[in-house]
Design a protein around this ligand. Sequence first.
Ligand code: DA2
Length: 264
Amino acid sequence: MPVEEFMAGWISGALGLVLGHPFDTVKLLGFFKGMSFPIASIAVVNSVLFGVYSNTLLALTATSHQERRAQPPSYTHVFVAGCTGGVLQAYCLAPFDLIKVRLQNQTESRVQPGSPQPRYRGPVHCAATIFQEEGPRGLFRGAWTLMLRDTPTLGIYFVTYEGLCRQYTPEGQNPSSATVLVAGGFAGIASWVTATPLDVIKSRMQMDGLGPKAYHGLLDCMVSSFRQEGLGVFFRGLTINSARAFPVNAVTFLSYEYFLYSWG
Ligand SMILES: CN(C)C(=N)NCCC[C@H](N)C(=O)O
């Protein structure tokens, strides 16, 4: 199994993350001032995503990354490979994402005056507390919703990227850096626009482990959120997700292509 894609995915995920950090800091009200937790999580997850994507395409089309410009895979293959990467990345992401959501919500409630001391002292303490109080399965709370969110949206992510690259690149050639930046940026936006409704629901399900249960599953969470807050609830965070997605994914794809090209 070729491993360069995993390594390129790891480094490019970390670089994209550095760029997206100001947006994440705004989103999380300054809680994640340190970079080690996001780097440990996003870079690993990105490595799984790109590594699995490329190796699935290799299995489906018998072409390596370098051969795919001359023999481009069909969009169906790109979509299937993206979805496969999405399933596995969601599984790896689940515990990290849960910790992020729990810390984010505790930071929001801390802003109110007179609120009690935070429950979690940081990412490691948060993981240990969830493990003790909710068991190992507690760390995977919301994982199904995460998979539902990431499977089709990662398919859309790679199809958008490939489609835009092919549109603006002469046949058989490598896309220019400008094309990769724009295609990567729009791929990120397309994936977040489609992911945001389930992203909102996923975060609510992940918070549901604390205190009495508010929802009886995914569908119930969707229906009661819609009844209480209207359709707009499914688009909460869309603007900041999209604004963050463009630079993060432009840099992620540019560095990914660059590393594979120079190693290759
Ligand atoms: C759930 N969605 C929409 C995605 N995972 N999209 C792919 C972009 C990944 C990138 N690390 C980012 O955070 O934008």
